[in-house]
Design a protein around this ligand. Structure first.
Ligand code: HEC
Ligand code: HEC
Length: 137
């Protein structure tokens, strides 16, 4: 009887310790395909702010969530909006250009738009519709 009670208590402690260890690290990303999974949250936030400034939009342009509602109610992992899917494709393109043509100091970071040569702003300049300014054929 006593031994059993001891077992129950130590099992409980072990489970509590396990839960604490799980809560210790930052929450893993739900659905990132271009930015590395190890990217610190603060760095992702900086990248997301770059997106909003470069395109002249807010988080809800790409993410499922109510404009003005707390960000904690947003579903950032969802790919429901086509704008998010386009943005992911654009991020892959921008990283590809930087990695291929501007890699003189090693492979550039996917997320650090302050150091990358080509950024979302290069084309978008504060608008969702970049001016392609085609010359008359
Ligand atoms: C122009 C579109 C766009 C805007 C605007 C945008 N995001 Fe994102 N966001 C993305 C894309 C694309 C991804 C996924 C990147 C990938 O797949 O590597 C993402 C991923 C995220 C994630 C990670 C979600 C996960 O998988 O767990 C968070 C958190 C996030 N965004 C927050 C924000 C916040 C906060 C804002 C506003 C400041 C914002 N985003 C604005 C396109 C956008
Ligand atoms: C080389 C130029 C260039 C760069 C750099 C660029 N874009 Fe784009 N982007 C475009 C063009 C051109 C279009 C319009 C495509 C069309 O109309 O079909 C576009 C369209 C988009 C759209 C769709 C807008 C809509 O009206 O549906 C999103 C979202 C977007 N870009 C996000 C981004 C993000 C985020 C970045 C940085 C990671 C980025 N773009 C970098 C050229 C660029």
């Amino acid at each position: 009887m006593k031994a059993n009670a001891f077992l129950v208590v130590s099992l409980g402690c072990l489970m509590a310790a396990g839960a604490a260890a799980q809560n210790a690290g930052p929450k893993p990303y739900e659905n990132v395909k271009v930015i590395p999974k190890s990217t610190p949250r603060a760095e992702t936030t900086e990248l997301m702010k770059h997106f909003t400034r470069a395109l002249g939009v807010r988080c809800s342009y790409c993410h499922v969530g109510e404009e003005g509602a707390p960000l904690s109610t947003y579903d950032f992992g969802s790919d429901a909006k086509k704008e998010k899917r386009t943005a992911r494709y654009m991020l892959k393109m921008v990283h590809g250009i930087n990695a291929r043509y501007f890699a003189d100091e090693g492979t550039p970071s996917v997320t650090d738009m302050r150091r990358n040569e080509v950024t979302c702003y290069t084309c978008h300049r504060g608008s969702t519709e970049p001016l392609t300014d085609r010359p008359k054929d």
